[in-house]
Design a protein around this ligand. Structure first.
Ligand SMILES: *Cc1c(COP(=O)(O)O)cnc(C)c1O
Length: 456
């Protein structure tokens, strides 16, 4: 097939690759992240047509636009239909303000959207080539279970997940450790950033080449592209008849994979007036946007929105690249991005734990809107944006905030703040009775490497 879209490395020291190869590699050999050389554009008419399309049909259009020439139409159609077999509710709150609940998938996390599609795409390509993969991933809570579930039971793929023992909830842990089969879980006495560092070191270790390691973290381009879809879906469902209607999204952010999906959606033609990028107390990005100087936070701060405790977002290099700059994997900027343009598009804001708790309380009292800590950071960020009086912050402005996990995944906090027990979605019931199985390791690369060599 002719001229498939190529993906370049943000470090510019590795060859550009078509989607299937970039997907199976995960991280580029020069430690950069893959980005599309060209961004497909979806016409306004096509976007309006999405109003009446089902979620998986919209996914087929958006994902298909990046995969032309590397997957058959019928194959893609079958994969998206199989991956997106659950609801994506847009909950009305007030005026034109909505919460998009991305928490109805099998692990009740928005990471299901990316994980399920990436797993199916990898399985598709491996079954064509006859290869094997070992997926190595670090998780701050939700990625691990989404990835483990997305790959569970595939014959050609084994999964190893590292998680920081003290930073995930019991329920999050059980969603990973009760699976078994091709899924191995390792608890580390360390922080999420340490888990991520071990994974990164393993990727660049030639002694482990024989394992065919691949990443399923948000650095994989196969996770990024499916995260573009729900931005189109939300706008198409909620826009009014005016051709000038536009939207504001608020995205609770940690590793910036979610927000990068949104940024790409805008470049594809979605009329987004502003992205509110809301972080917890790990505010390295809001500080960078306002001051133009980047300092990662080491160690990352421990907040109740634990899946966003990230002191150096791995996808930041992609955002910088999108605005014409260059940042390496350590966070060093080699060329500044266009900060003025970035400030036009993005309102970055940090919410403290205290503000997050107060937001869970007020959303419930005022609207009977039940948010968990991550979604509350997003909702809090949106409220702060609406208070700025900026032209995109009027009462008639369509705004959607993303709820990235189901409140039942954080029962301790919800009980503590609201004195109620969120109802369990069907996907999370029965976990308590299942036996857990995971190995415990110290934060030491050599020990980790020996473990992998012995086991695989
Ligand atoms: C991973 C995660 C986030 C942050 O998403 P990024 O793509 O890393 O910015 C937010 N909320 C929840 C519940 C998550 O699991």
């Amino acid at each position: 097939m002719k001229n498939p879209l190529l993906f370049y490395s943000t470090n510019h020291q590795a060859p550009s690759l078509p989607f299937d190869q970039a997907l199976l590699k995960g991280q580029a050999p020069d430690r950069g992240l893959y980005m599309p050389e060209r961004i497909p554009v979806i016409s306004p008419e096509r976007i309006r047509e999405m109003k009446h399309m089902q979620y998986h049909e919209i996914a087929e259009v958006i994902i298909g636009s990046f995969l032309k020439g590397v997957i058959g139409e019928q194959e893609l159609k079958a994969l998206v239909k199989d991956a997106y077999n659950y609801d994506v509710p847009l909950q009305h709150v007030s005026d034109r303000k909505y919460v998009m609940r991305l928490d109805q998938g099998p692990t009740a996390s928005f990471k299901d959207f990316a994980g399920r599609m990436m797993g199916r795409l990898m399985n598709h390509y491996l079954s064509l080539s006859g290869g094997n993969l070992l997926i190595l991933t670090a998780t701050s809570g939700d990625t691990g279970s989404a990835v483990a579930n997305a790959f569970y039971g595939f014959e050609k793929i084994k999964v190893v997940v590292l998680f920081p023992v003290g930073e995930v909830t019991a329920r999050q842990r059980k969603q990973m450790t009760t699976l078994g089969k091709n899924v191995q879980i390792i608890g580390l006495d360390a922080k999420f950033d340490d888990c991520q560092a071990l994974v990164k070191q393993a990727f660049s270790d030639p002694d482990l080449d024989y394992l065919n390691l691949s990443s399923a973290n948000s650095i994989n381009i196969g996770r990024l592209i499916p995260q573009i879809v729900y931005y189109f879906y939300a706008f198409a469902r909620l826009c009014n008849d005016s051709p000038d209607d536009g939207i504001v999204f608020s995205v609770p952010s940690g590793n910036f994979g979610d927000m990068m999906g949104g940024m790409l959606a805008k470049r594809m033609g979605l009329p987004v007036r502003k992205y509110v990028i809301a972080t917890n107390e790990n505010d390295e990005f809001p500080v960078f946007l306002s001051q133009g100087k980047y300092h990662k936070i080491e160690p990352s701060r421990n907040c109740i929105s634990s899946a966003m405790n990230v002191g150096h977002p791995s996808n930041l290099a992609r955002l910088v690249a999108l605005y014409g700059g260059e940042m390496d994997e350590k966070g060093t900027i080699h060329r500044m991005p266009d900060m003025d343009e970035m400030r036009q598009d993005i309102f970055a804001v940090s919410a403290s734990d205290e503000e997050t708790r107060a937001t869970i309380r007020s959303a419930w009292d005022k609207y009977r809107l039940l948010l968990e800590p991550h979604g509350a950071v997003g909702w809090c960020g949106l409220q702060k944006f609406l208070e700025t009086g900026s032209p995109e912050a009027g009462p008639e402005q369509l705004c959607v905030t993303l709820e990235t996990a189901h409140p039942a995944k954080f029962p301790e906090q919800i009980r503590d703040i609201l004195n109620l027990d969120p109802e369990l979605p069907p996907s999370l019931t029965g976990l308590e009775e299942k036996p857990e199985n995971f190995d415990h390791l110290e934060n030491d690369y050599l020990a980790f490497k020996e473990y992998l060599k012995l086991k695989y």
